[in-house]
Design a protein around this ligand. Structure first.
Ligand code: 2DT
Ligand code: MG
Length: 215
């Protein structure tokens, strides 16, 4: 029996916008309303590739910039079989960061163009919905200091934000910008209503392939 597939829902945004909190709340809300849902996050630091990435982010090791970019992508590809299986089983996946973070972060480094950065992720399962949690730097600063991991500086985050703005111009991706400066519950309600729509649409639409039109 062909059952209804789950939706692939991604949350993106700059540091401290509340992605992880909102992913957890969304999964809980979906489950409580009787919709099977699970959370995933990228990088997934639990795999062998993920451990290389984690050590790089913690500055315990150095990796050449192209190399680490490809590892982030490989870390998504290695989970694709599992993601597809879960979606086919009707489970909605709520994902904390995806290929958009991959392209935005690496292309914020000197010498990288957005196009090259997108290439390794072309053909990944295409999210049914990508919500960008928008928070301006002044408001982000009120939420506390940056951490000590790689990329956690205001100068770099500003460049990343600009790259996200470019990625959001792509009409082949279902982007929704969420005002992350509201309180947690209001942001959650907003995210939930977009997600419920996406889940309904996904039930009668085949899973797409990301950035396939990129030449
Ligand atoms: P967390 O703090 O969310 O664990 O992210 N990053 C992430 C990349 O540079 N490329 C990618 O493909 C992904 C998914 C963003 C850890 C950092 O890793 C960055 C922040
Ligand atoms: Mg972080």
């Amino acid at each position: 029996m062909a059952s209804k597939r789950g939706a692939l829902i991604v949350l993106e945004g700059v540091d401290r916008a509340g992605k992880t909190t909102q992913c957890k709340k969304l999964v809980e809300a979906l489950q409580q309303s009787g919709r099977p849902a699970e959370m995933m996050r990228f990088p997934d630091r639990t795999t062998t590739i993920g451990q290389l990435i984690s050590s790089y982010l913690e500055k315990k090791s150095d990796l050449e910039d192209h190399t680490v970019h490809l590892l982030f992508s490989a870390n998504r590809w290695e989970l694709v079989p599992l993601m597809k299986k879960k979606l086919e089983q009707g489970i909605t996946l709520v994902v904390d960061r995806y290929a958009f973070s991959g392209a935005a972060f690496t292309s914020a480094k000197p010498g990288f163009c957005l196009d090259w950065c997108m290439k390794p992720d072309v053909g990944l399962p295409k999210p049914d919905l990508v919500m960008f949690l928008q928070l301006n730097p002044a408001e982000a600063a009120l939420r506390g200091q940056f951490g000590i991991e790689r990329y956690e500086t205001s100068a770099f985050q500003k460049l990343v934000q600009q790259k996200f703005q470019l990625l959001m111009k792509d009409p082949s991706v279902n982007w929704k910008v969420i005002d992350a400066s509201q309180n947690i519950e209001d942001v959650h309600d907003n995210i939930k209503s977009h997600s419920l729509k996406a889940i309904n649409t996904a039930e009668r639409t085949p899973l797409g392939e990301l950035w396939k039109s990129v030449s």
